[in-house]
Design a protein around this ligand. Structure first.
Ligand SMILES: Cc1cc2nc3c(=O)[nH]c(=O)nc-3n(C[C@H](O)[C@H](O)[C@H](O)COP(=O)(O)O)c2cc1C
Length: 183
């Protein structure tokens, strides 16, 4: 049987993003039977509804096809001003349209949030969950994944080295893959 394809959407477009390092950790720990890959959101022009009639930027088509090809999506997001970063909201909007062609539809999702404070991206996590409800993405409820003080998770080479965080992420990943297999 072909590997299940899981897309990873990182909410930060910053080159040294902690959220990207979390994505790298999950990709390094891809279980057998799965293929994990990051879907890049950094090159998507700002969504404009006019594109739905007048023709969209080429990057939209590539992105929508990438999303549509996945069996599930893992979102890893930081918090910007108590919500998700604009780049992530833009990506969600781009693949949700044109109307009636929502590429996210029915794809099981995992939400991971992080921050450099103790609040761990709670606001972003739940704003994202609100949008995923409208996009019709069944989303793992437990465990919730909030990563606090994420700047302390990595060694000098940028690898995740905090053992309890690594163990928890793998446990959440396992719960998500079991959940996603039901759809
Ligand atoms: C525009 C902006 C807004 C931010 N707002 C929040 C916030 O609301 N809550 C929070 O915990 N951290 C906030 N931060 C700090 C981020 O947690 C921090 O920059 C983090 O490293 C971003 O994640 P990344 O490393 O994946 O890019 C903000 C950072 C920026 C640039």
């Amino acid at each position: 049987m072909a590997d299940k394809r899981i897309g990873i959407v990182v909410g930060s477009i910053r080159k040294d993003a902690y959220t990207k390092k979390i994505a790298d950790f999950l990709i390094e720990n891809t279980p057998e039977g799965y293929h994990f890959e990051q879907i890049n959101i950094a090159e998507l022009p700002l969504y404009n509804q006019d594109y739905d009639e007048a023709g969209a930027p080429a990057a939209y088509d590539v992105f929508r096809k990438e999303v549509a090809s996945k069996d599930g999506i893992i979102f890893i997001t930081p918090e910007h001003n108590r919500s998700i970063p604009a780049a992530l909201k833009n990506a969600l909007d781009v693949a949700s349209r044109p109307y009636g062609k929502n590429a996210w539809d029915a794809k099981p999702a995992l939400v991971i949030s992080s921050s450099i404070s103790g609040i761990s991206g709670f606001g972003a996590n739940h704003h994202l969950r609100q949008t995923l409800t409208f996009l019709n993405m069944p989303t793992l409820q437990q465990p919730e994944v909030y990563l606090a003080n994420v700047q302390d998770y990595f060694d000098e080479s940028g690898k995740l080295s905090k053992k309890d965080a690594a163990d928890f992420l793998l446990k959440a990943l396992d719960a998500y893959l079991n959940f996603a297999a039901k759809f």
